[in-house]
Write a protein that binds this ligand. Sequence first.
Ligand SMILES: Nc1ncnc2c1ncn2[C@@H]1O[C@H](COP(=O)(O)OP(=O)(O)OP(=O)(O)O)[C@@H](O)[C@H]1O
Ligand SMILES: [Mg+2]
Length: 590
Amino acid sequence: MANEIQENEKILDVKNLRISFRTDGGTVKAVRGISFSLYRGRTLAIVGESGSGKSVTSKAILGILAENKIVEDGQILYDGKDLLQIGEDQFSKIRGVKISMIFQDPLSSLNPIMIVGKQLTEAMVLKHKADKKEANHVLKKFDHYLNEADHAAFEEFTAAKDKEGFDLSTYDVLFEEATDLSVEAQKTAIGEILPKLQEIYDTEFQKEVIDFNKAYNLLKPLFPALKKCELGIATNPDNTIAVFPIQAKNYQEAAKDSLKHQKLLEKNLAKYHVNDFFDLPAGVRAKSRETIVSQVEHSNHFKNALTELINHLNDLLGRSPKDIKALAKGMNKAYGEALLLSKSELSAKEAKERAIKMLADVGINEPERRYNQYPFELSGGMRQRIVIAIALCSSPEILICDEPTTALDVTIQSQILELINRLKKEKNLSIVFITHDLGVVANMADDIAVMYAGKIVEQGSATDIFYDPRHPYTWALLGSVPDLNTKEKLNAIPGTPPNMLLPPRGDAFAPRNKDALEIDTLYQPPFFQISPTHRAATWNLHPEAEEVQAPKLVISRIKAALKAHPEFTPKADNMKNSVLNYIKEDKGNE
Ligand SMILES: Nc1ncnc2c1ncn2[C@@H]1O[C@H](COP(=O)(O)OP(=O)(O)OP(=O)(O)O)[C@@H](O)[C@H]1O
Ligand SMILES: [Mg+2]
């Protein structure tokens, strides 16, 4: 079992998701305000009985809810976007690409009349095409940036890359320069000049036509500091110098203008045999400046550029030093990868070789032979392996597994779980694993959300849920998991889940809870925090509620498990209703 939640990166953040469905019988309230986070590289299990809203949740993440849906509320944040708000064109770049899925029935995901190898290579070719398009897009952006920002360096880089094929090290040098100065020093410099720039902007740059001489004199003292921040500097024929972030579009514009000015000026200075702009005949002076770009236009460029500069500096200040370094490194890497990708071709032969390797990767024996078989010729476990291979063709970040092993028998089931676990580690996947069986996720989940009647009733690390469960529904789920060692008979959860057309007023689990309190029938319980990683929504945790113990079966199982694995003892700040509390008190009686 995995460690406690660390403050690592949230890759998916679901906030107050509320989904209903329009039906002839009324509105089905399928998901009633749930919030959870998926962290990078971790597996989140969503566990609950049939009808609790697990699949509706996963379909919402994938944007494949049925037509009669009503998205009542909430956000699904991924990669800076709210998946509930984006259009289908954007979603098609995410679904099956960044977020892949596998479902319970592998046959429904496979084409019955196509050999499995072809289904894999088709997925690869599609992915390859999409990647190439994206790579070219990235390259264009970079080229533009490099071209404008540092022409000489870019030329050198292009020459080197054409001569030797692509060499990342050349590129490294290019960007290392940008991070030469310690990031802290850059930040200090930025912190000093930012207020000054803002002041100059607020005073001098508000006029329709900027007095460049005045602006220059104001900006001049800041140049050394700006240079330290790797900012571009454009000189102008009228002795003004403009300073811009090297990435800013307006810098490029202004720099181009400057260059034109500069050339014209140089020509004129030579032609008139003078050294100074102000020694030029008035008419020529005016021409050098105004015929190319009007003063107002020029002023506007500078205004925009300074605004961008200020924004850019603010942005840099907001980043951590590590971030700034990572930014340069990331750019570096992205360029290298994009370049390689834009040139790569995927031949039919190569695709086949890769497909065969993928089949072997997902544990299919005799992959060459399997490549040519149809789905119906394979066992259920093998089909599910192929579905997994196809899902991974796009190198997704997130894999959603909705009951992927329910249709398989127990031994095959554990092999598929092992496979998913291995692939998760190898490919640093973040997984949402949906199941009605807590037992299935014992060796899979890092974090667990227990769902009942469209709500999350308990949430915590796997250690919290397995070793210190607090909600009577979680107890019931744990009690219904068969014990593999003792072949103990499982206790079915008495009663049935509520009708979601008319969900109960208070705690939806109350009618099935023998310890239910009066308040349960009146008010929804809020979440009670048990530890920083663990919370549960049951009135039994209210400080004034009488303490209720977990069922004996659950306690004895946890006791046995803790004896074997004391390292899994969870940390609980709130001991009310804790199984651990009971076990501690009970120690003397053993
Ligand atoms: N298109 C729909 N129209 C009407 N009701 C729907 C629709 N889709 C789902 N529901 C209802 O939403 C509720 C939650 O369904 P969901 O499929 O999420 O359950 P689940 O937790 O995945 O259950 P299972 O374990 O059976 O797969 C159920 O009451 C279901 O009947
Ligand atoms: Mg389901």
